[in-house]
Design a protein around this ligand. Sequence first.
Ligand SMILES: [Zn+2]
Ligand SMILES: [Zn+2]
Length: 341
Amino acid sequence: MKCIVCGGREAVADGLCEECLRERVAPFRVDPHMDITVCPHCGAVRERRAWLPVDDLMAHLESFVRRHVEVSCTLDKLEIEVTLGREERRVFPVTVVATGMYRGVRITSELHSTLRLKSEACPTCSRYFGNYFEAILQLRAEGSFREGELEDIKREVYDLAARIREGNRKFFITKDGEMHGGWDFYLSDKHEAKKIARYLGEKYGADVGESPQIGGRRDGQDVYRVTYSVRLPPYREGDFVRFRDGIYMVMRTGGKWVKLINAVDGRTCQVKRTDFGREMKLLATREDVESAVVVSYTDREVQVLDPRTYETVTIRRPPGFSGEEEIRVVRIEDELYGVPK
Ligand SMILES: [Zn+2]
Ligand SMILES: [Zn+2]
């Protein structure tokens, strides 16, 4: 028998096909957004009015979602599978695959939602910690952050903080927020804050400043607060710069030395970060790199189609080129250069 609604597919129950049945029965439902409040200090989770201690947050979030799937009373033999996607700014994409039996027919639905984590100190922690902080970690960039960069570094700080907390339960981020185009973290422990600042400075080749100040009293003692500023330089790995009459691509920036490759002859060299910062001039960023079709090449030259004008232009054969059909190029002062590999 055909389905009485669509008339196309075979009926499986109530004269309906599985698809029309799913629409009629509305077996499963989830809200498009779900909110859950987590204490940033101890990880406790608020459920209605109570705060529950939670060991495994991810497992708890999954069970939270499972409990918020609404199921039609006509179903039995339920199976509900919850998958949380990658967290992005405290928001998890949620996929629910739910299966149940309706009069002997198996119905499966896939539902989507988002789970938003809200931070709020639980009563115990807010009494204990208040707004206590010993250090401010400032993330800044000379010039500006590149697209998505600040988000990446922030995530790194959250991850580092979570790892530190595993060994030091008294460490936490009191608050954080946007400041002067960068981001400020208020941290409960200045020694841990210093470690984070140093780590970021080393990784990104950034300047790390340290300025102590007395900031109020706690338990009758002066509290010394320290501000650590991590300032990213104006160049990034993959950018092109003029340095001492040469054109170079920045290869590596971590630590005290900057490693460069000459965009013309492919020679590499390294220079002290402080000297480089003083003398270099930024010519093009890694975001300016384009792809160009190779027309022909010799030992010394490559003919490419200019990606903007589609005219054939001859450029120097870049270091590392080995006859590919496409080549990455960058425009510097109206001239194309091949990007060294
Ligand atoms: Zn149908
Ligand atoms: Zn708490």
